[in-house]
Design a protein around this ligand. Structure first.
Ligand SMILES: NC(=O)c1ccc[n+]([C@@H]2O[C@H](COP(=O)([O-])OP(=O)(O)OC[C@H]3O[C@@H](n4cnc5c(N)ncnc54)[C@H](O)[C@@H]3O)[C@@H](O)[C@H]2O)c1
Length: 340
């Protein structure tokens, strides 16, 4: 059993993915806070928790003094909730995206630094064995040196709720996963972006539900992203379809199947001969939210820095806001403009 205690803030849809791993790890959930206290009560009942329902975050944190807060609120509320928790002396694991704009995100990072508390963002898709296998294959140069990364994402998702009203639902609420995966796979950071967001005819979203983006990354790598959340045709998986072009071969991810790789096997011919190469598989004890939870628990236990701690994760978020600025101002945007 774990010794740690937490307060969960936000009892909406995604909280269903968090209570099972919190229970499995034996973390004491002292309280569930939501503006809608009935939602908090419902989760406590559903998951049979010995926790207090509340709609008053500050009073709850003063009363329970948890080791960490799980911020599962909507993106617009993350800065307020996470900063309040950090100021109260708690570490925080928060849902993606870190914040709804760069000023909020910078304030959150500064608050974590000033209070000396850990703030990590759960980018759940990092904790997937196929994704970690790709990261290692690229780092080990299984197919040579990475030059080009492409991701396609097409899903027709009929959510309703806050996403229907957001200005940039695809880029802010979904593409953050893919942009963060591009950084994870490549080990490269963003330098500049040119993006075009649009809302295709027939869209059921108010804001732009589709985008095409070209990122210039460190090491000369180019990452191209094409995505739509209102694509009623052939669907990719939620993780997207990926091609990683290297200077001696390439890697490919399709429909959540194990990654495929090929490598040139000779240096003659108009098209060089190539052969399939196995990608070493990765065993992962816990995936998605459970994987993220494992990293905040490891931090609490032995100080290991989570891979998505806020100073790193803000670079993935900057890809989001860079793409949005580029699209609105119809120009190439340098990422340094956003992070100062
Ligand atoms: N990792 C993933 O794959 C994944 C999937 C879905 C959602 N998410 C993320 O999880 C977050 C929540 O999404 P959701 O689908 O659960 O949304 P939701 O609207 O279903 O739930 C959000 C809850 O937060 C509460 N809330 C909002 N502001 C609050 C505040 N200031 N204090 C306390 N409670 C507050 C709302 O009342 C609501 O109950 C978002 O950031 C979303 O992007 C992540």
């Amino acid at each position: 059993m774990a010794d740690e205690s937490c307060v969960v803030v936000g009892a909406g849809g995604i909280s269903r993915a968090w209570f099972p791993p919190l229970k499995a790890e034996g973390v004491k959930v002292a309280a569930v806070v939501d503006l809608n206290i009935d939602a908090a009560k419902e989760r406590i009942t559903n998951y049979d928790l010995d926790a207090e329902p509340s709609d008053d975050l500050d009073a709850t944190l003063r009363k329970h003094r948890p080791d960490f807060v799980a911020d599962l609120t909507t993106p617009e509320a993350h800065a307020e909730v996470t900063c309040a928790a950090l100021e109260a002396g708690c570490h925080v694991i928060g849902e993606k995206p870190m914040a709804a704009d760069t000023d909020q995100a910078l304030r959150m990072v500064q608050t974590a630094e000033r209070t000396g508390r850990m703030y990590m963002v759960s980018q759940s898709r990092r904790w997937e064995p196929h994704h970690e296998a790709v990261r290692r294959a690229v780092a080990d140069r299984l197919c040579g040196r990475l030059t080009t990364v492409n991701c396609d994402f097409y899903i027709g998702a009929h959510f309703g709720g806050f996403r229907s009203e957001m200005q940039s639902p695809l880029v802010l609420d979904m593409a953050i996963h893919h942009f963060d995966l591009a950084r994870m796979f490549s080990g490269a950071d963003p330098l500049a972006v040119y993006a075009h967001e649009f809302n295709p005819a027939g869209s059921w979203y108010r804001g732009d539900a589709a985008a095409s983006c070209i990122f210039e990354m460190t090491d000369g790598i180019v990452f191209t992203y094409r995505g739509s959340w209102c694509a009623e045709g052939f669907q990719t998986s939620w993780n997207g379809d990926w091609d990683l072009v290297c200077d001696a071969g390439g890697l490919r991810l399709r429909q959540d199947q194990p990654p495929a790789a090929c490598r040139i096997s000779g240096d003659e011919g108009f098209i060089r001969p190539r052969e399939d190469v196995p990608v070493p598989t990765v065993e992962m004890e816990h995936t998605t939210m459970h994987g993220a939870l494992g990293e905040i628990l490891a931090f609490l236990r032995d100080g290991t820095t989570p891979q998505t701690e806020c100073r790193d994760n803000i670079k993935s978020l900057a890809m989001v806001f860079g793409a949005m600025r580029s699209s609105r101002e119809k120009r190439r945007v340098e990422i340094a403009e956003l992070l100062g």
